[in-house]
Every structure is written in C-alpha cells, then in structure tokens.
Design a protein. Structure first.
Length: 210
C-alpha cells in the first residue's frame, strides 16, 4: 500500500505510522530524514538541497520531489510505503502527481485544535537524559523533576501554546487544502482521533481496511 499521512502538528502521525508500518511491513519515509540522508550520501539532489540549506533558505519543491523520487526508487519501497511530511502544499501534491507518483490512500488524522494545544503544551522533557513526560497523561512522580535522573524538566519552545497555535495556522492555510485535493481523487480516508492511542489505531486500521 502506498500511503500519505496528513494531520496537524501533534496529531499523532509518527505514532500511527509506526503501527501501520509494522502491520503492512512497509517503510515510513519522513521528509526530514530523507533530506538528511540525501545530503549525507552526497546524491546529486542532496547536494542541491545542501546548497539551499547552507545558505539558510528553504529547499524548493522540485528538489524535495527529486529526493522523494530517489527514495521511492529504492528496493524497500517496492511493496509500498508511508509518506510523512510531504506533500505539505497543493503545489507539492501536484508536482508528485506530475512526476508519476501515485497513492492508494491518503489517511487524514482528524483532531481539534484545542486537543492539540492541550496535548503539546503539556509535554515536558528532561534536558539531561531525554526522558519525556506529559503533565496530564504521563506526569513525573515529583512535579517538574525527571523520574530517571532528577533534573529539572523543561518545556520545548515549539510546544508552547503560542508556537503551537502559530504552527496550526500554517497547517490550516497550507496543508489542510490537500484534503479536498485527494478527496476529489477518491482516496482520502479520514480517521477521527480517539481518547487513547490504541483506540485511534483501531479507527486508522478500519479506515485503511487493514
């Protein structure tokens, strides 16, 4: 199965991608990882991307699509794959289509902005050992202290409510229109967020028929 995962930042795409990947035995391909690997391996497209990144600019769509094409041509993608992080815009979706890259389904994780703000702004992490917590769903034994090493827990900058709201605004403006784009092609599969990860996974599997 060739899949795209859509959803707002914090919707749980990475978590659900892991479960789908194990169930179908197909790789999850993240744009960030692809970019880093292409740059590290010094591929022609990777070198082009590096030039933009070194200059502090955004990597243009045609370079991103080139990197996706390189990655999808590798043997482990022959039986399918899960694409996470691309396309982010209608222009990228159109470019993938123009490059002959097709998909069997586009899974859209549906979740309210309020739930995402609550979920992300409650996250805390340990700067020393990297352990992660959530003040509501997975709190540390002692408030503000890491269970493992006792260090003071921190809130990452991109988990602060104002930053989360800003990221959500970008998602709604640039990425959410992809739902209509793929609905018109008859491959959009919405899955509503549930109270637990396990329940959400059941809904995701049902939406995909797996």
């Amino acid at each position: 199965m060739k899949l795209i995962l859509l959803g707002a930042p914090g919707a749980g795409k990475g978590t659900q991608a892991e479960f789908i990947s194990k169930r179908l035995n197909i790789p999850t391909i993240s744009t960030g990882n692809m970019l880093r690997a292409a740059v590290q391996n010094g591929t022609p497209v990777g070198l082009r991307a590096k030039a933009f990144m070194d200059a502090g600019g955004l990597v243009p769509d045609e370079v991103i699509i080139g990197i996706v094409q390189e990655r999808l041509a590798q043997p482990d993608c022959a039986g399918g794959y899960i694409l996470d992080g691309v396309p982010r815009t209608i222009a990228q979706a159109q470019a993938l289509e123009d490059a002959g890259i097709s998909f069997d389904a586009v899974l859209s994780l549906e979740i309210s902005d309020e739930t995402i703000v609550e979920r992300m702004s409650g996250r805390r992490s340990c700067p020393d050992c990297g352990a992660t917590y959530h003040i509501a769903s997975a709190p540390p034994k002692e408030q503000g202290r890491c269970d493992k090493c006792g260090a003071q827990l921190l809130q990452r900058g991109d988990d602060k409510p104002e930053t989360v709201l800003s990221r959500l605004k970008v998602y709604h403006e640039q990425t959410e229109p992809l739902k209509d784009f793929y609905a018109r092609r008859g491959i959009l599969k919405p899955a509503d967020n549930q109270d637990t990860i396990e329940e959400t996974t059941k809904v995701v599997f049902a939406a995909l028929g797996i």
